[in-house]
Design a protein around this ligand. Structure first.
Ligand SMILES: [Zn+2]
Length: 451
């Protein structure tokens, strides 16, 4: 199961900013680890430093228990003094924890958060963001490797803030808001001190609020419960949800930055790896330039019985099944995957010119009405493929017969010549190895020995 690590400058930050999400992940079976950076030695009202350290540590344990957090790691820095600690020292501790616990996701303050005046929050945000970067290096903190640790890269950074520069992810916490409220109430002494801050400022203004006075020495639940509910509702409204039925926590979720689209398009599952949590908001589905009505006009009425293919697209017919199962093909050719039924009896008509695949392709330029990879080169290739297969435009072949023909006439070297890198080939699906495997399977199916 995946691990989530929250790096909380103070005991209450994790609960206050992402407690609902942490509890939800714990319910889903994630291993949730809380790192408290400081000792919160000054955050209470009317207790000594020693009593405060002890009370806040006990209350953190209780809050963590309520949220389902498995382990607390204490870094023990003095509270409200992180601005005086070299950033590199804090960063090294976080790199160490990344390498040791190998979290899939890390939660912390956003280094780009707005209106943050708490220097502990600022420093932790900076240290986490930089630790994410250098934890991957094999020359940063090599002393860690003597313990058997290895360079490591966290996949997801979930940043929270008083005000986020941009919200890229809202996690629904309707089912765990009560746990969040209970956990925040567990930070009894820190919450009393927070309430007292507001009381003192109100006094300076010449006012007081009965509710605050009452909560300070009484039950915190009505005040904190209302505050957290309203906050979660405001997040829901921003997300376009009905706040009466759905509550949320807001994050700036970062994964691969500018490389996100490339990695989504080209990456494939690593054998033996855990399944990655789906993040639909980060996925950028290919948007077809065609609406349903236009598609009706483009896709021939007899498409389920007869398809027309240009010369070099005949080669794709040898790998239809594998292509249609390939995530990036599904993304790029969603409409074709929906409509194409590659039955053995499907008639494949050879044509000379653009076909329905072209109109769906990311390289199709609608403005110029041509393939942006260069139609002139393709003309020669299309002719060469048809000639090689012994097919002529206007001729129709059963799909299974075409596949038998491909298995016999397109050995590995020929496939590479037509589709491989270099020259005018550059097919991304060949680069992914999809077609080579399919052709090998075809040869086996038809009992053709590879040359
Ligand atoms: Zn804090």
């Amino acid at each position: 199961m995946h691990t989530a690590m929250v790096i909380s400058p103070h005991a209450d930050d994790a609960t206050a900013f992402c407690g609902g999400t942490l509890a939800k992940l714990a319910h889903q079976g994630w291993n949730v680890i809380l790192v408290r950076v400081t000792d919160d030695r000054k955050d209470s009202l009317g207790f000594s430093i020693e009593e405060t350290i002890q009370k806040n540590a006990e209350e953190l344990r209780e809050a963590a228990r309520i949220l389902g957090i498995q382990e607390i790691v204490e870094l023990g820095f003095e509270t409200d003094m992180l601005a005086d600690i070299p950033l590199g020292k804090l960063r090294e501790r976080i790199v160490y924890l990344f390498r040791k616990y190998r979290p899939y996701a890390v939660f912390s303050f956003d280094p780009d958060g707005l209106y943050e005046n708490n220097q502990d929050h600022v420093r932790v945000a900076q240290a986490v963001d930089e630790a994410f970067w250098v934890a991957c290096f094999d020359k940063h903190y090599p002393e860690h490797f003597k313990e058997g640790l290895k360079p490591y890269s966290v996949c997801e950074r979930w940043y929270f803030a008083r005000q986020l520069p941009k919200v890229t992810h809202v996690e629904e916490i309707t089912a765990t808001i009560e746990q969040k409220i209970k956990a925040l109430c567990a930070h009894h002494e820190m919450m009393r001190n927070t309430i007292n801050q507001s009381r003192l400022q109100l006094q300076t203004w010449g006012k007081h609020m009965h509710w605050l006075d009452q909560s300070l020495d009484g039950d915190l639940q009505p005040l904190l419960g209302t505050f957290l509910q309203e906050q979660a509702k405001a997040v829901a409204v921003e997300a376009g949800w009905d706040p009466e039925t759905r509550l949320g926590e807001a994050f700036r979720l970062e994964r691969f930055g500018d490389l996100e689209p490339l990695f989504q398009m080209m990456s494939e599952p690593l054998p033996g790896a855990q399944e990655a949590p789906s993040r639909p908001e980060l996925e950028q589905p290919y948007e077809s330039p065609w609406d349903e009505e236009q598609l009706q006009q483009i896709i021939p009425a007899d498409f389920d019985k007869r398809i027309r293919l240009m010369g070099h697209h005949h080669l794709c017919a040898g790998a239809f099944d594998a292509l249609m199962a390939q995530p990036s093909f599904q993304l790029g050719y969603a409409n074709l995957v929906k409509h194409l039924k590659p039955d053995p009896d499907l008639q494949v008509e050879s044509i000379y010119g653009y076909d329905v695949f072209c109109y769906q392709c990311g390289f199709w330029s609608e403005q110029e009405g041509r393939c942006s990879t260069g139609w002139k080169n393709k003309l020669t290739k299309d002719a060469a493929v048809l000639a090689h297969l012994g097919l002529r435009p206007g001729q129709a072949t059963r799909l299974e017969d075409l596949q038998r023909l491909l298995a016999g006439k397109v050995p590995y070297a020929k496939l590479e010549e037509f589709c491989g890198p270099g020259g005018d080939g550059k097919c991304e699906f060949y680069a992914l190895g999809v077609c080579q495997k399919s052709y090998a399977a075809l040869r086996e199916k038809f009992g053709i020995r590879s040359k």
